[in-house]
Design a protein. Structure first.
Length: 325
């Protein structure tokens, strides 16, 4: 990744545009927001079942909410939040106008100040914390925008959530040189928008390396041998930092699923099924289900791993229904 600092920008127009972006730092992204539901046992249960987390701290009369649910209590759903400020929308529109029309979430950071318990009513404010100088990535050239959300219960701070996106202009892929093994018969580009690219970082690089070799790799803690998925920098059972991998055998069953009708999203054609499958090894992952109509997907249905070529440079692990695992 390369970046240009404000003082190093030779183009006066670029300097002026960056100054416009930096003027949004410190402006509110949301004010006096309120969670649509108080912290409650039902949402905690659904979260823990989806994550496969049976920690007894999340059940019973003294239950607390899993700390990583922090953002869940503030999400606005399809109808959004009235707390969202015009400044954030103005900033995104300004980036759109400069050609940075694509967006990808890059990372988030959370700080937990005290546990949340059923009955807590969460309120929040958010601020546009920073806008980066223009940076060039594999996806394209654009700006990172970081928002910071401060959460409270009453007047008591309970946590902070930072969320970072990249608003970018997609990079143009250079033509393959003559003699390249794929130059003579290029992979046809599908009509319409391409699927979003996965964000690959140091924590999940090994997983995507495995996908390129048609292997579904699961992390295994070398201290307690607990398997974990998705990939994490440390073990959620013993906090160990050392790990190796095991290759999934490919057999799985549908643990849960949803059929997506709305909202429409470029590169996807609703309705379609998105499933949480349980691998034979015991971990779960979210995936597409192929080989059967969306309305034929059922909980408990056996599925089998395959790798789907989405376009010329993206291949994804998916699971095919209709065959015994």
């Amino acid at each position: 990744m390369t970046a240009t600092a404000p003082g190093e920008t030779e183009d006066p127009a670029a300097r002026r545009f960056l100054a416009q972006l930096l003027a949004y730092e410190g402006r509110p992204a949301a004010t006096t927001g309120q969670g649509k539901d108080p912290v409650n046992e039902a949402m905690i249960r659904h979260w823990c079942e989806a994550m496969g987390d049976a920690n007894p701290a999340y059940t019973g009369p003294d239950a607390i909410a899993p700390p990583t649910m922090l953002q869940a209590w503030t999400m606005g759903g399809l109808s959004g939040h009235t707390a969202r400020s015009g400044a954030y929308d103005e900033l995104l529109a300004l980036l759109d106008g400069a050609g940075c029309t694509s967006v990808v979430a890059t990372d988030c950071e959370q700080e937990y100040l005290r546990p949340l318990r059923p009955g807590d009513a969460v309120t929040f404010d958010a601020v546009i914390e920073s806008v980066s100088p223009r940076k060039t990535t594999r996806l394209g050239s654009g700006h990172f925008v970081t928002t910071r959300m401060d959460l409270r219960v009453g007047d008591e701070p309970v946590g902070t959530h930072r969320f970072r996106i990249l608003k970018y202009a997609p990079a143009t892929r250079p033509p393959r040189p003559a003699g390249h093994p794929q130059a003579a018969v290029p992979t046809p580009r599908p009509e319409g928008p391409r699927r979003p690219r996965p964000v690959i970082n140091r924590d999940n690089q090994g997983f995507w390396d495995g996908v390129r070799e048609h292997k579904l790799l699961i992390q295994r803690c070398t201290s307690c041998e607990t398997l974990r998925f998705p990939w994490l920098p440390g073990c959620n059972a013993c906090a160990g930092l050392d790990w190796d991998t095991v290759e999934a055998c490919g057999a799985a069953t549908v643990f849960s699923y949803v059929v997506m009708h709305h909202p429409p999203f470029p590169a996807f054609d609703p309705p379609y099924a998105v499933a949480l499958v349980e691998l034979a090894e015991g971990v779960r992952m979210i995936t597409d289900i192929t080989g059967v109509p969306y309305d034929a997907v059922r909980i408990g249905m056996p599925v089998r791993l395959e790798f789907l070529r989405v376009d010329e440079d993206l291949e994804l692990p998916v699971f095919r229904g209709g065959a015994e695992g």
